[in-house]
Structures are given as C-alpha cells and as structure tokens.
Design a protein around this ligand. Sequence first.
Ligand SMILES: [Zn+2]
Length: 686
Amino acid sequence: MSLEGNAVQFGLLPVTLPRETCSVEAENTLRRLGRFPHTDSPWLPVSTLGPCVIFAHHSPKSNDIWGVPSCYAIRVAISQEQYEKIRKDLVMRLSTTPLPQHNAAEQTELPNLQAGDLASAFRWVIENYPFSEDEAERLSMLYTENFDKNGPLDRESYNGIMPSLGIALQYISQGPSFLCFNPDETPKQSQFPSALLEKHNVYPLYRGDHKVYLLSAEESNFAFEDEWLSHGRDPVDFVPIMADARSIRNLISRNSSTMEGSAGIEVKKSTLSLSDSEGLVQIEPEDMAEINPQNLNHTPEELIHWVLYSAITGRASDLHLEKYYNVARFRARIDGRLRNIYTAPEEMMQRFIALIKNYSNMSQTRQEALDGRFGLSIGQRRVDVRVAAIPCRNEMQKIIMRFLDKKDGIKELSELNFSQRQSMIVKRVMSRDQGLVLITGPTGSGKTTSLYALINSVNDEGINIHTIEDPIEYEIEGINQTQIDPTHDLTFSNGLRSLLRSDPDVILIGECRDKETATSAINASLTGHLVLTTLHANDSLRAISRLLSMGVEPHLVGDSLAMSQAQRLVRRLCSYCKQPVAQTPQITELFKRQGVVRENPDAPIYMSNGCNECSGTGYNGRVALMEMAEMNSEMSDLIERKATQTELRQTALKMGFQTLYQEGLIHVIAGNTTLDEIKKVSYTAF
Ligand SMILES: [Zn+2]
C-alpha cells in the first residue's frame, strides 16, 4: 500500500522527513518523558512540536511509544525505508547512553479538556510536564506578561512563548483528530512558487495522489486556493495541517534560500537603511519564478537578474563573473566557499560585463581596474553591491561583486550568542566612559557586525556617537557617520581630529591602519572617549604587540586598552544530517589538554554528513567564534613593560581568558560545529 493510503487508513499524516535521524531535541525530550521501548519495532521519535514528541512509523498498528503519555505523542506515517534508517540511527545513539527501564510520567492521565481550551491545557501542562523549575517559571512568567498586556492568549500568542506551543496545546486538548506538524521537519519543494507561499504563509508538506497536505496557521485557505487555481491549474484537494505561523515563514525562506529554490525572499523589518539609493536595480521575485536559466531566449539582463537573485537568496556574500575555458562562469561565495551557480556561453560574457558596469556607472574600458557600486532591491529587501572590475589576460576582465550585509542587518547583542562570561565583559567594557576597544580578524570574519552591535547597544539620546568609516555600510538612526574621502584629503587620522571637535562620547574608527591613526585613537581614548576600532592581527593578544610595533608608546596602550577581541567564522553543522560520533580517548584527551570542561563527558560530539537541506555539504550557515581579552591592572602593567606574548597569555588565562580554539571547542560540545572546522584556528592553541 502507498504511504498515503496507509496513513489515511489510520487517520494519520503521511510525511517524507528531511532527516533520517532522531533530532537532538527529540532525543532529549524522550529522555525526559519516556523509557526503553518494549517491542522490536516501536514508533520512532523523530522530532518535537513544542513540548510534544513527533513519532513516526511505517506500520501504524504498533502501540509502543516508549511510555510517553499519549497526550504528548503526535504520530505520523513514513515509508518503511525511512523507518529502517532512523531505527538504525536510534539504536546506535541509545547504545552509548541507554534510556531508563521505567519513567515516572508514564501514568500521567489527561483530565477531560474541552477541545480548544488552550488556557486549561496550558495550566495542566505547566503543572504536570517534567519541565525544569527554571523552564516552568520562565513559561509562566511569559504567559502572565502576555496576559496582562493583551488579555487571554490565542494560539499564536502561545506560539510566541515557545515555538509551536499553541499548536501543541490545541493537540493536547483535542487529541489525534487535530492534524498538526512542525515546519522545521519539512523537505524542500519546487512545485509552488515561493512568492505565492509567502503571500499566504502556507507550505506544501506532502503531495499525495489526489491531495496536497498544506502547512497553514489557518483552518481554511480559500484565498491561496483561489489564487493557485486562477492560473488555470487542475483542481487540487488541499488538506490543512496546522502549524506555527512563524515557523512556516522560516520554512518558506529556508526553501527559497537554496540554489534549487525558485523565488521568494525574507522580508524583515529593520532599523536601518542603505546609505543611498542611487542607480537602484529592481528585481521582482515573481518575475524570477518565471525564468528558466537554461533557456537562452531570455535577455542577458533577465539572466543577470536571475543570477543576482539566486546568489542573494542563497546567502552569498560575493559573486564572481569570469571566463572559464569557453564559458562565462558565475561563482558565489556561500558560507565562505565558492560555488558555481551558473554558466553561459562565452559570447554572453561581454554583455554581462557591460550590464554590470552600466549599473554601477563604470567606464566600459577593459584595461583598467575599476571600482563602483549599485543598489539592488529584491521585493522588500535592499542590498548594496560593491563592484570591482579587474583586467585579465587576453583582454578579458573579471568582475567581483560583494553584497553588503544584507538581510541580517544590525544585530542586537543578544543575537551574537555570547556566553555568560562574554556578555559580562561586553557589558563592563561598553559602560566605561573612556578606553580603547580593539577588534581583529580577517576580512569577512564578522568584525563589522560585532562593531555595529556594540555601538548600537549604547545608542540612546544621552550619548553622542560618531563614526568614521570606509565604507559606511548602513545608516543607523541616532549615530553620526562620516565617510573617509582621500581625494578630498579626508582620511581616518585627520577625520578623527575633526570629529573630536563634535563632542563625541563614543567613537568608531573603521580601521586603524597607521601610527598616526593609532596614536590619535589612543589619545582620544585617554581623554574621555570610548573608542572602538579594528586592526589587522592574528589574535587578541597579538593585537597589542601590533599596536606597539606601529610605534605607539607602551604606557599609552597599557593605560587605554579596555578589551581586545579576535574573531573568526566557522561553518555551522546542518541540523538535519549531523551525526553523533562516539568518544575516543583522543577526543577526551584533547578536551582535557585544552582545559575545556564538559558537563557530560559521555555526551556525543557531532560530525558533518550531508543531505538535501545543506546541498550535501553537511553545513548550513556560520558560527562566530570570539576570543575576548579584557584588560585589568595586571595586564596593563605587563603591556607597559613590553612583556612577551607568553607572559600576557598566562596572565590572561588566570582571569578566565579563552582562546579562539577553546571557544571553538565549546561550540563543538554544543553541537554547532566540528573539530575539523575549528582546526584552522588551532594555531592560537597553546
Ligand atoms: Zn544536511
């Protein structure tokens, strides 16, 4: 019988899962709610939905749900093939840390709740679910805050307290007749244009023979169905599957942020705007859905738009256009690596170059290295594109485009994933009324993101913030920004001198390139200003010797420096396919040698694998590693008497300093990245 037929017979939802493992959250929830299974082919925990566990089986007759109270168990049907693979993964995981034979929660009996009485369901869950004390307290607090502000909570408000909580409460109160699912566990699709899905906030979860199971936050989707049918398509029976509205939105943007995606963008409200809108190139997501890049009947302009669109929605930071053998090749840098995203016949090359140069007001001469820029709008989103043209052999040229950050915009400090120790340092440093803050790291390590987050955290009307930058990437309300302009003799160092006359409290200097700038920055930081700047150095402590080697007096550095920070980006493990690896004595030894303590030394670490969700790379997005060296009197003394790196490091370590590599190991323990990824920062290890 087909998966769908099998599912329908048992009143279940048919699903093809994007993962063939049990998610980390599902495993943790199972350890809390369940016990060892009693049969050989139990339902398999695959994911979670709020506090509930999603179980999957290919033969829904089984009754074994690991002792999890059935009100917390959401069941879906999967193929036998997926079942076997997930089972294998689970057996392996549970063999390292087995489950208990009994669980206290098993006898939990659900009172009679009225379907849809979310408030009673919430109260009951808070009292009966094995939350930790902190969690229960936090949830109750959020509930009360919400209630006091807006009165009784609806499903979406509960979802705001904890993802999918409102959906789970509805399920708990209504039982299995309420079909619902977690959008995070939905595979990619290409049948429906993203722009249409985005408009109605729905997403096809499963396509059956006659039905399409549609994730939606509403019971009825007439507007979507009308629009879908109005294009002359065959009628489809849509079955609504209830889900968290915000998670559906994330799913749609995740689906369109891949190269296979056809259209769609994330619309995000932001406090900033691009520095100007001159020469704006507009791209409509709806038009892009109609373009088949393999079809050369499209105009070169349409193709360029499609390439820009695909690169930007695919999270690229740069786009290269170059001749390669006899083709024009576009490569996009995604998560730090170049990937080929489009090739066209060589004849198109000159047309593409001419168009891009035209957008950015550059001259069409071939033998000159040129710089330019243009603005791009994609739906609601604005992107600033910096363009460089470089002459190459045989009268060819190469074009490099850099997309300036972009949909993330300015982060709040809370979005930078600081550890407790790091937040305390940042808080102390940013509340000082004077001092120097250095940030180091290679190009593309997220320095700008950190700097903006730091100054934005103190941005209020009582403080005068002035920056001098090259380039100004974004305008931030309430901050005075100056662009350097060497042709009019406005440099970092003389610009700094003049901005000191504008009575600033906090100063951001884009880059400290020479002795003059460094000295003026330090003088400013000793005369009642908090000064932030970036510097080229390999790590946070070497930044200090870099300043000294630029010719700045050691006692000035010692007196002014508040914190030196180094950072790097490493790739984030794909949460759908990461694989736990068993402990080896080498790994245990490595953590021990590095002095990184693991709360649970038996907990697995993960390695990369590769699946559809991550285009087979095993990674998705990036994680910032931050090494922070906060200064104190002992460190200042060491700097003043030109102490060695080793002395500085030993003293810093006594104060709890952690190297980039140790920061990396902490992210390995958290399952965010791999030992392989953090190898490149291992030279900072000791
Ligand atoms: Zn993956």
